[in-house]
Design a protein around this ligand. Structure first.
Ligand SMILES: Cc1ncc(COP(=O)(O)O)c(C=O)c1O
Length: 363
């Protein structure tokens, strides 16, 4: 019997072969037609005015903070239940990540926590769509507006998700996506920033092109210093193929989620909860394990049965580095980090076999 992996890519070599060949024939591996098209399509799909393709969500988040001028001594409020990159980018710039606890049902930043943690030094807020779930982003945006704080959405997991009919990418001031292989849309490594602010788009245009704007005679005119976090052509081709079918991917993942819920709820597993007007891309299918269940033991048991699973995600404030430096653990996030499990979710996943391995693991 084959092992069941957590995720399988939604792209095959056959789908990209002829366009890859075209790139090799032309020799245009960067800044070509596919990057331009993918970029336009990300903007159109998300409903943002501008999109910039990046090497990862990490570089997207870091660049967004640079854009906002975040630096030494500034505070940035960050959802605590996430992958460490959400806070690392803040720390790297000399600013202070202020961890905000999350809701035990949706796993997302609590509005009350956000308001409690705002100080005169707060420079920005990073809301994480935990595991792809955007529940509450609209309310968080309203609070940010009230306090005149820019909102960055860490939508690393959330391509294809929406709240109140607005897709992730068009809700926050800046939205950062990941195209890592665990994501629904994968380019190997990759990411994007979206924004609807023209002045920010202009800044990004220049900064992400080494600081160049236009020409001076035959030479580029470097009006600023800048960076290179560009996504190459081959990766853009992969991205375009998956974006074209993202709605079907999301529908299918929701069907798989329902099938799991029907079988696991009677066993005491509780799925991540969604807001009323949320479309969830089911990036990572995460459940709270039943009361008293040894979560790590269950993951190990599943591994022995050839079923890959993993923890939900991390409580950033409880990690060795941030705990050592700030000693400010967030209770709910810590609990979720100990009691959640991510289960396999992809096109042909054998839900019955996973559930039967879970039953065996619980015994
Ligand atoms: C919430 C969140 N933010 C940021 C990242 C970092 O993404 P990347 O690997 O594209 O840098 C991840 C990666 O899994 C993530 O889950």
């Amino acid at each position: 019997m084959n092992d069941i992996r957590l995720m399988k890519p939604y792209i095959t070599f056959e789908e990209v072969e002829s366009e890859f060949r075209g790139v090799f024939d032309s020799g245009i591996f960067t800044r070509g037609q596919h990057v331009e098209a993918f970029r336009r399509q990300i903007a159109e799909y998300t409903g943002a005015k501008h999109a910039f393709l990046m090497t990862s969500a990490t570089t997207a988040l870091w660049t967004s903070l640079k854009l906002l001028g975040v630096g030494a001594g500034d505070e940035v409020i960050v959802s605590d239940f996430s992958f460490p990159a959400s806070a690392n980018v803040v720390e790297d710039l000399g600013a202070i990540p202020v961890f905000a606890d999350v809701d035990l049902d949706t796993f997302n930043m609590l509005p009350s926590e956000l308001e409690k943690k705002i100080t005169p030094r707060t420079k920005a807020v990073i809301f994480v769509d935990a595991l792809g779930n955007p529940t509450g982003i609209t309310e968080i945006k309203a609070i940010c507006e009230k306090y005149h704080l820019p909102l960055i959405e860490d939508a690393a997991c959330a391509i294809g998700s929406s709240e109140n009919d607005r897709r992730c990418g068009s809700i926050a001031d800046l939205t950062c996506f990941s195209f890592h292989p665990r994501k629904l849309l994968s380019t190997g490594e990759g990411g994007a920033i979206t924004t609807s602010r023209d002045d920010w788009a202009e800044w990004l245009e220049v900064k992400l092109f080494h600081g160049a704007k236009g020409m001076k005679g035959m030479a580029l005119d470097f009006v600023d210093y800048g960076y290179n976090f560009r996504l190459p052509e081959l990766q853009a081709i992969m991205g375009r193929k998956q974006l074209a079918k993202i709605e079907d991917i999301v529908d299918e993942r929701n069907r798989i989620r329902s099938a799991y819920i029907a079988q696991l709820e009677p066993l005491g597993f509780v799925p991540q909860q969604l807001g009323k007007n949320v479309r969830y891309n089911v990036q990572s299918l995460v459940f709270k394990v039943p009361e008293g269940c040894d979560r790590d033991g269950l993951i190990l048991g599943l591994r022995k049965a050839g079923v890959e699973s993993t923890i939900g995600t991390y409580a950033l404030s409880s990690g060795t580095y941030y705990m050592g430096k700030y000693a400010n653990p967030q209770k709910n996030a810590a609990k979720l980090a100990q009691t959640t499990i991510t289960l396999p979710c992809f096109k042909e996943v054998d839900v019955d076999r996973v559930v039967s391995s879970i039953r065996d693991g619980l015994e």
